[in-house]
Ligand binder design. Structure first.
Ligand code: HEC
Length: 192
């Protein structure tokens, strides 16, 4: 009698657990997706937070707008450390780097003839209208016309290309040496 009840209970347990495993299996997939989605969100949030440490106006820029705008550059530029040169040079560490000096990239004579370091202000002008800023260069790209897009993509470059606060200080020093950098003109021009 007891053994029969025991057997029945055992069967129930086995069936119940079988049942649970079959229903649990399809249930696990969305859980994993949800988890990685929330990991992605967290990293987007912390990258957005790292914008706050940038100088204005980049501290106000929208990370996702910057990421989307950078898609315009991606066919020609990598941004990761040690990334390949494509049609254009790798952009890792571009801030504070002398123009035309990425390892192993064949620049045009127009860029090789220049001798300045890239700062956010220089990038503003370059990206507003690459053809006018350094005539004869080989970056066949119309530019980023809207100031908000430009600020966002430059902020994105700063965060993703290893821009440091030390370079920030250098850049301020350079601004003091060259107060004549015409930043305001380029900003007004791109308004639509
Ligand atoms: C169609 C390809 C193409 C696109 C799109 C493009 N670039 Fe370029 N870029 C180049 C090329 C080629 C050069 C080198 C130009 C030369 O040597 O004259 C260059 C040069 C540069 C430089 C100077 C790098 C250095 O080492 O001095 C920067 C900065 C830059 N691009 C940023 C950008 C950004 C940011 C975007 C997107 C908003 C972008 N580029 C879109 C092709 C491109």
């Amino acid at each position: 009698m007891f053994s029969r009840i025991f057997l029945a209970v055992t069967f129930c347990v086995i069936f119940a657990s079988c049942d649970r495993t079959t229903t649990a299996a399809p249930g696990t997939a969305p859980t994993i997706e949800q988890e990685s989605a929330s990991i992605a969100n967290t990293s987007t949030m912390s990258l957005q937070a790292s914008f706050d440490a940038l100088p204005a106006p980049y501290s106000q820029a929208d990370y996702n707008l910057g990421r989307r705008t950078f898609k315009n550059c991606q066919s020609c530029h990598t941004i990761t450390e040690g990334g390949r040169n494509l049609v254009g040079p790798n952009l890792h560490g571009v801030f504070g780097r002398t123009v035309g000096t990425a390892d192993g990239f064949q620049y045009s004579r127009a860029l090789k003839a220049e001798n300045f370091e890239w700062t956010p202000e220089r990038l503003e002008e370059w990206l507003a209208n690459p053809g006018d800023y350094l005539p004869g260069n080989r970056m066949t790209f119309a530019g980023v016309r809207r100031p908000a897009d430009r600020h966002a993509v430059i902020a994105y470059l700063m965060v993703e290309s290893g821009y440091s606060s030390a370079q920030n200080a250098d850049q301020e020093a350079e601004m003091n040496e060259n107060p004549g950098i015409p930043g305001s003109e380029a900003t007004g021009e791109g308004n639509e």
